[in-house]
Design a protein around this ligand. Structure first.
Ligand code: SAH
Length: 345
């Protein structure tokens, strides 16, 4: 017990710990002191502010076949949809009225949208809402494409590395994908000038404690502005349908560890965490997270963006989602802010 206190304090003081110390923290049962230190650090940087991002899941077509993901190309059971530019702009308009100042466009790797189309959508959102940030999360692209989106006005890019261990990466992805290219993308995005978000799933099939330490070490090299983690959740029409869900304890411990290693980071309490446990997002915030990403997609398509089974928040209108999260954040002792929510380095 004393040891655990010491490691948490060391992480608070130095922002680092040995591999063995990190492995100990990832699995502790009594995480009270770790949580306290994480909350203390988060208060120093962000006070009680929680930033909100309007998530627009604009296409569930995908050319890839990630073994964990429900919208993988090979899932022929999945009904597919894509939103038009006008539908996306209308989601942003509604979101703006509700107080959102960041819009996240996320989707599968859908070749229907050319770079020109993405640039046109991005620049139109920026034209309508010059005081807002636009975040893209549309997977692996060439450096030239990333540059074009950036020049069109995109501010941020989310691309989880998923796992930083080469062998583990191969177990989660088809041969056509590589960790090397994923990393290349992340460093290109940083170099171009994006605020970059990365992250990983907790409890993905075959993941070991050593893999999680590799994830933390990789993040130290990348030094991203945003770090998104959430539990792995199985999807019935994927090869991983029979694997266990990721653990709540590990996910929360890792959120606190991330807060202490990366005090400045924007760390979301994810939808996957809220799906794993009814109060998962509140627990995430209390463990050190400072961002929530409610859904702004039209209600009609929400269920179709099914990365995993039983995803929450697929029935409510955007306004209801916003109100619900407002209450949830307040109940945890924090405040949802109307703010573009840039990183505080
Ligand atoms: N195509 C984009 C967006 C992917 S979806 C991209 O490649 O970045 C966003 C995130 O959902 C993924 O990065 C992955 O970490 C997570 N995800 C996918 N399937 C999941 C599952 N079964 N359980 C939990 N998280 C999952």
């Amino acid at each position: 017990m004393n040891d655990i206190r010491k490691i948490a304090d060391k992480l608070y003081d130095t922002r680092s710990a040995s591999d063995e110390e990190l492995k100990t923290l990832i699995d502790i049962n009594d995480a009270e002191h770790l949580r306290e230190r994480a909350v203390e650090r988060r208060m120093e940087y962000y006070g009680t502010d929680v930033y909100t991002r309007g998530l627009i899941e604009f296409t569930n077509y995908c050319k890839n076949n990630c073994l964990y993901c429900g919208i993988r190309a090979a899932n022929s059971e999945q009904e597919r949809y894509r939103l038009t530019k006008d539908e996306i702009l209308s989601c942003c308009g509604d979101g703006y009225t509700l107080g959102f100042r960041t819009f996240v466009l996320q989707g599968g790797e859908d070749m229907h949208y050319t770079d020109e189309m993405i640039c046109d959508i991005v620049s139109s959102i920026k034209k309508n809402h010059p005081d807002c940030a636009v975040t893209l999360s549309i997977g692996e692209k060439s450096r030239e494409s990333y540059q074009a989106y950036f020049d069109a006005g995109a501010d941020r890019y989310l691309l989880r590395h998923e796992t930083a261990d080469e062998e583990h990466y191969k177990k989660l992805h088809p041969k056509s994908m590589s960790l090397e290219n994923r990393k290349r993308c992340l460093f290109d995005l940083k170099d171009i000038g994006y605020q970059v978000g990365s992250g990983f799933m907790v409890g993905s099939p075959y993941q070991t404690l050593d893999d999680l330490v590799s994830d933390l070490r990789f993040l130290q090299k990348l030094s991203p502005d945003m770090i998104g983690i959430g539990p792995f959740l199985p999807h019935e029409h994927t090869p991983f349908k029979d694997f266990e869900k990721g653990s709540l304890k590990r996910t929360l411990n890792l959120i606190s560890i991330l807060r202490l290693m990366f005090p400045y980071a924007l760390i979301p309490a994810t939808t996957a965490l809220g799906t794993l446990h009814p109060l998962g997002r509140e627990m995430g915030i209390k463990a050190g997270a400072n961002v929530v990403m409610p859904n702004l997609s039209p209600t009609g398509v929400r269920k179709l963006y099914s990365l995993y089974d039983n995803k929450i928040c697929t029935g409510e209108e955007a306004a209801e989602c916003r109100g619900c999260l407002d209450r949830r954040v307040k109940s945890a002792g924090y405040n949802l802010t109307v703010d573009v929510g840039n990183v505080k380095r």
